[in-house]
Design a protein around this ligand. Structure first.
Ligand SMILES: Nc1ncnc2c1ncn2[C@@H]1O[C@H](COP(=O)(O)OP(=O)(O)OP(=O)(O)O)[C@@H](O)[C@H]1O
Ligand SMILES: [Mg+2]
Length: 427
């Protein structure tokens, strides 16, 4: 006699978090209809972060047609190892995630999300960089309920920067990613997204090619414009004990014998031997290794003392060194795109418990607008929706039919968002 199956406990793969429409909508904070905007934001963020890291003015080309979105940049090109590591779905790969800093990308998650999106829309992802084309597609092992990533490489003519292309079959026409170029609202959304990036990045030259026609074209107003670089030393004032422990653990993983003395050199104002000696003397850790404070248990009181001493021996970072967009660039931008003479601009700089911020706001009546339009950004990345939607008490009386553009941007090393998809700021 055959025994009947009994209920049991099963393990499901964590990879699935990236490979179903429902999970990806949660991860990105946006429904499938909005994924083109998510793809665009993440790819432009990556392009700008990579250029800023190298200290070069970004030049970004976005190309969209009925079955693809492509973003190309002029940075150093994504390295082969980074592509390989981003395809390991049990971990996150980022050159920034572990530091507290005012960077655009900080989760090491976006490229993985794109691989997942490619799977859900039945498409494929290709990355051209450093003369290599990485073609990434996904099969699905039904029994194991696990995606199987296929990564092929072939020669590419691309010698400068990176070009990332998401392609999907034309047949899938019920909803995106069918021919999304036939829906004019997409072009408008993408146009405004590029406008947002250009408004908050004075050094950015960016162009949108929509089915072979230039839809948006903007030349940088200041090629020398400077913001806080992802490669700059991070400040001890921006950390809480948990962040510092996480960063230390990451360094110990790659170098188990690293000394606290060497770890301190990573931080703004602590690279000089005398400053580091002061921290080590104050905490009694002169010859200690970093791992001594992590195992067998995390020594939280000691970490608290270390962080306090690091802060006391370093200078506060001035808000303006995070980067200021400025009245001139915003006014120029608003004039160029239809702003009448009603342009207003305001900037507030400050810090909260040593964590600096700069908030910039601009307002203009724009010819051609039929309703109020919010253009928002955080850490020089343009929001998909109004990032400040949860904290705009001060314009409650705005009439939605007013043809005004309201621009708001904040930069700060510690920003909290309502979700992983950076949908709204929690201020
Ligand atoms: N255009 C690019 N040029 C050079 N390097 C890149 C580019 N795009 C991505 N990278 C590298 O790949 C890493 C992973 O990118 P990904 O977008 O997944 O994560 P992130 O930008 O660090 O964080 P987030 O998930 O918040 O975007 C980046 O940290 C960066 O090192
Ligand atoms: Mg990113």
């Amino acid at each position: 006699m055959m025994s009947s199956p009994i209920r049991s406990t099963f393990t499901t793969s964590r990879k699935l978090e990236y490979f179903s429409e429902g999970e990806l909508s949660k991860q990105t904070g946006h429904s499938r209809k909005e994924w083109p905007r998510v793809v665009l934001r993440e790819l432009i963020d990556n392009a700008l972060d990579a250029c800023d890291e190298m200290g070069i003015a970004p030049n970004v080309l976005v190309r969209c047609d009925a079955t693809s979105i492509e973003v190309s940049d002029n940075a150093g090109g994504i390295p082969v190892e980074t592509v390989q590591r981003m395809l390991e779905f049990d971990s996150r790969t980022s050159s920034r995630a572990i530091y507290v800093a005012p960077d655009r990308g900080a989760q090491g998650n976006a490229l993985k999300t794109l691989v997942g999106i490619a799977h859900v829309i039945n498409g494929r992802l290709s990355i051209d960089s450093r003369q290599i084309r990485h073609s990434i597609s996904i099969d699905f092992d039904v029994i194991r309920q696990e995606p199987v990533i296929c990564h092929d490489t072939s020669p590419s003519a691309r010698t400068t920067g990176t070009s990332v292309r998401l392609e999907w079959p034309a047949s899938d026409s019920d909803h995106w990613p069918g021919d999304f170029t036939s829906d004019s609202s997409y072009e408008s959304h993408l146009w405004w997204q590029l406008f947002g990036f250009a408004a908050i990045n004075p050094h950015l030259t960016i162009c949108l090619d929509w089915c072979g026609t230039t839809s948006f074209e903007h030349v940088a107003s200041d090629l020398q414009w400077k913001k806080w670089k992802p490669s700059q030393p991070t400040s001890a004032y921006w950390y809480q004990v948990d962040d510092l422990v996480r960063l230390a653990a990451a360094y110990v993983q790659s170098n188990p014998d690293i000394l606290i003395r060497d770890f301190l050199a990573l931080f703004d104002g602590l690279s000089r031997t005398a400053k580091r000696k002061a921290v080590l003397d104050e905490t009694g850790l002169q010859r200690a290794r970093l791992r001594d404070l992590l195992s067998p248990d995390v020594d939280t009181p000691k970490w608290t003392a270390v962080l306090r001493s690091m802060q006391n021996n370093a200078q506060l970072v001035k808000p303006r060194s995070l980067g200021i967009i400025g009245r001139e660039h915003l006014t120029q931008m608003l004039r160029k795109y239809g702003g009448a003479d009603s342009i207003r601009y305001r900037k507030v700089e400050g810090d909260r418990a040593g964590v600096p911020y700069v908030l910039e706001a601009a307002f203009a009546r724009l010819k051609g607008l039929t309703r109020a339009k919010f253009v928002t950004g955080a850490n020089f990345s343009a929001g998909i929706n109004d990032l400040f939607a949860r904290s705009r008490g001060w314009i409650d009386d705005l009439d939605n039919t007013d043809p005004v553009l309201i621009f708001t941007h904040i930069v700060s090393p510690r920003l909290s968002f309502s979700d992983r998809g950076k949908g709204a700021l929690l201020l």
